[in-house]
Design a protein around this ligand. Structure first.
Ligand code: GLU
Length: 363
């Protein structure tokens, strides 16, 4: 039996396929979703909605998949206001305000802008407004490394950053199956999954060429991100009747993925940030930080990338940490003793990173 009675904050992610009917934005679906959310009342609800690129393309009569990056940006710029118009009018019919929140990976990777984003979301929720998130696709492009690309992982990061307890992925598939349901007629939908293994992600990738399961890899990755934030995930078919209230009432719809022990907020931020550069350290230094000691300049053998103090960097491919020094400062500190830091960089910072600034990816 599922029990979501303690859940206060919920993120609902809606995919483009769910929002589409006869190749058009299905405003009736958005109306139904708004009615479901409006009926809930006693919980804080946020939506992550896809569809900007798809609806922008249709509005401009662009046929087929939009692959060119700049065209995708242009389509998103046209489609995003159409999407918001539909949400605002659907929620408005219930006397509820909705708000557009556009994010990029950079916003979430930067600790200061992420905290500001979080404050804004808290205030919107206090004001009884429904925040509607999407990636800011007209400025975030995969080429320059600033894009998430898919809203599954984006929705999990949002859930993690705003401490949601439940993420509902509304998709065009009705759950997670033990085998690819397109190839195996006897595939069974799992009611509950306790942990997402590497094998499950690899298997989902192999099924990726088949219609309808293409997005399972990103969904499983999203589940992992959410689980680390103590957030459960339900994957369900978005067109299931009255799906959101029924999920919250504990109906066994779709698949529920369990949460894990909740990592500290700062740890999650480090873990989910895209590294801005890399540091290589010798075996002794790596062993020392594994024993939860600070990282000192003596052990550094090389530095790559351009980063500022406070950025997240990758160490020997296995540790993500917040560097207390910029890449330029670190280059001048390679192999030097801590006692020399002051004379080289001119202040009294002692360690490159302390144990609380590090996350081991393989532990
Ligand atoms: N952000 C994209 C859009 O609104 C959607 C990404 C996705 O489908 O996951 O068009």
């Amino acid at each position: 039996m599922r029990d979501f009675s303690e859940v206060r904050r919920v993120i609902i992610k809606v995919g483009t396929n769910v929002l589409t009917r006869d190749d058009q934005l299905d405003e009736g679906y958005i109306e139904s979703l708004a009615a479901q959310v409006a009926a809930i009342g006693d919980r804080e609800m946020c939506i992550v909605s896809s569809g900007a690129i798809g609806f922008g393309a249709r509005a401009m009569a662009i046929r087929g998949a939009v692959q060119d990056v700049v065209l995708r940006q242009a389509c998103a710029a046209v489609g995003q206001p159409l999407l918001m118009q539909a949400y605002r009018s659907a929620f408005g019919a219930h006397g509820i305000n909705s708000a557009q929140v556009l994010i990029t990976r950079e916003v979430l990777d930067n600790r200061a802008s992420y905290v500001r984003l979080r404050n804004a979301v808290e205030r919107l929720l206090e004001l009884g407004t429904i925040p509607i998130f999407n990636e800011n696709d007209s400025v975030a492009t995969a080429e320059i490394g600033t894009a998430f690309g898919d809203n599954d992982q984006l929705s999990a990061l949002v859930a993690s950053k705003v401490d949601a307890e439940l993420l509902i992925l509304l998709s065009d598939i009705d759950g997670y199956y033990d085998r690819d349901p397109r190839r195996h007629r006897d595939a069974v939908r799992l009611e509950r999954v306790d942990a997402v293994s590497d094998e499950m992600i690899a298997e989902a990738g192999r099924a990726g060429s088949l219609v309808g399961t293409g997005g399972m890899t990103t969904k499983l990755k999203a589940v992992r991100i959410a689980a680390e934030g103590g957030c459960r995930v339900v994957l369900a078919h978005g067109r299931e009747n009255n799906v959101v209230p029924r999920i919250l009432a504990g109906d066994p719809i779709g698949t529920v993925f369990a949460a894990h022990r909740k990592l500290r907020n700062r740890t999650r931020w480090i873990l989910h940030s895209e590294p801005k550069g890399a540091i290589h350290v010798d075996d002794g230094a790596l062993a020392a930080i594994r024993r939860r000691n600070s990282l000192l300049p003596t052990g550094i053998t090389s530095v790559s990338g351009l980063f500022a103090a406070g950025d997240v960097v990758l160490v020997n491919e296995v540790v993500k940490l917040v560097s207390g020094f910029s890449s330029r400062e670190l280059e001048s500190l390679i192999g030097r003793h801590s006692s020399e830091i002051a004379s080289i960089v001119g202040d009294n910072r002692k360690a490159i990173a302390r144990p609380e600034d590090m996350v081991f990816l393989d532990e």
